[in-house]
Design a protein around this ligand. Sequence first.
Ligand code: UDP
Length: 238
Amino acid sequence: MPAIIYKRILLKLSGEALMGESDYGIDPKVIGRLAREIIDVRNAGVQVGVVIGGGNIFRGAGLAASGMDRVTGDHMGMLATVMNALAMQDAIERAGGTARTMSAIKINEVCEDFIRRRAIRHLEKDRVVLFAAGTGNPFFTTDSAAALRAIEIGADLLLKATKVDGVYSADPTRDPNATRYETLSYDDVIQRNLQVMDTSAIALCRDHRIPLRIYNMSREGDLMRIMQGEQIGTLVGG
Ligand code: UDP
């Protein structure tokens, strides 16, 4: 088996990634498969932190558009990410791994609080750490939370798992001439407004020089292949 080139990664999964073919909630088959892929890379020696979004349940901006107070909507969105993290914790443990959910907002009966040094200790003990409740603040997204946690835990790579094969010059489902970028600089992404992650997340990655790879999570085994150094998807860095 090719050697693993990363020691510690932060994987960002959108809430929508958990829905599979449905338009709401969590598909047990999809979360089970993602859990097994995470365990495989963990068993290969990679320490894994995960940030999960909440868009499959609630998004603050969507709730605000239908009249709700935005901060309340964002609180609901953050709680949605906690539910997704608990579902992933359960899926990982049922598949034979160990996992800990750490929340940026305090809900101690349900999961641990996010404490950076404790999170690092869990990673060192081979537990998958699920970072829930985003940054803990309204008006942010889980993309920003992923960049923040990746920097805090000293990850060597931030991965964003999506439904497309990387970053394209145009929407590949609409434009047959759309081409995939193999690499991009942080400034390319910001200046050309490429829809990779929100700008605050990209700026955090740039300022702290953390490489970001965007890849298609529906292709089984790609997470492991990336750990082995294969150039899959699009790498943002430099
Ligand atoms: N959210 C927030 N602060 C954060 C992270 C998330 O208020 O630091 C809320 C926000 O309402 C967001 C929702 O949680 O819409 C779900 O997160 P996100 O939209 O990033 O999920 P994804 O699109 O990745 O599924």
